[in-house]
Write a protein that binds this ligand. Structure first.
Ligand SMILES: Cc1cc2nc3c(=O)[nH]c(=O)nc-3n(C[C@H](O)[C@H](O)[C@H](O)COP(=O)(O)O)c2cc1C
Length: 208
């Protein structure tokens, strides 16, 4: 059997049905990207939720894609998909598909890029094209010294002015050995906040 061409497989992968809530997870190059597999698997437990991932190149260093049970879109996919006028533009297809975007973890670099409107990869293009009537949640994660830099507060405030929702980082012993604020919120916290955005939330809570 012939393998499906990239455009057909994208169309199949991003098929929407009225009874599903589509969650796009953006992942950036923080060590907290280690938690991507568990975040995805816990999101998939939510009723009616479909999940896809958009990764930065540096984030790929921290997880094994075979531990993630859904399609992970990369910068390479964005450029390979488009060869002629009739082809889909991946970042636009993803923003159409997603009912909610969660960036977990959001590292200092991508935080700065989003705050100033830079869009030089698939994830930041999705963000720049985002339909702001839909929720965009972000989970900062960085070393305490980076977190304490005065620009962090300015950039987080800017994202909140855009209408994005911060899931604040927490204080704990970081992977680098430092202790303090900057660790990504717990996966359970992130999932429970996403749960609050599901349609017919009360109904689904009754079923669980
Ligand atoms: C081992 C390691 C861990 C890192 N952890 C973090 C982190 O937790 N937060 C952060 O903001 N940057 C962290 N960085 C730096 C980012 O990976 C770097 O700024 C990178 O350019 C981010 O690219 P991206 O935003 O395109 O994913 C880490 C780098 C390394 C090598």
């Amino acid at each position: 059997m012939q393998p499906e061409d990239p455009v057909s497989s994208l169309k199949t992968d991003l098929l929407k049905s009225p009874d599903t809530f589509c969650v796009l997870v953006g992942v950036t190059g923080s060590v907290a990207a280690l938690k991507l597999p568990v975040l995805v698997s816990e999101l998939l437990q939510l009723p009616g939720v479909k999940v896809r991932v958009v990764t930065t190149e540096h984030a790929k260093h921290f997880y094994n894609p075979s531990d993630v049970s859904v399609k992970i879109y990369t910068d390479k996919d964005e450029w390979e998909l488009w060869t002629q006028r009739s082809d889909p533009v991946l970042h636009i297809e993803l923003r159409r598909w997603a009912d909610l975007l969660i960036i977990a973890p959001l590292d200092a670099n991508t935080l700065g890029k989003i705050a100033s409107g830079i869009c030089d990869n698939l994830l930041t293009c999705v963000v720049r094209a985002w339909d702001t009537s839909r929720p965009l949640l972000f989970c900062p994660a960085m070393n305490t010294a980076m977190w304490q830099h005065p620009i962090t507060d300015q950039q987080v405030s800017r994202l909140k002015e855009f209408g994005y929702v911060e899931i604040p980082c927490i204080a704990k012993k970081l992977v680098c050995g430092d202790e303090g604020k900057g660790a990504m919120a717990e996966v359970s916290t992130i999932v429970s906040i996403i749960r609050q955005h599901l349609p017919n939330q009360d109904e689904s809570l009754q079923k669980t």
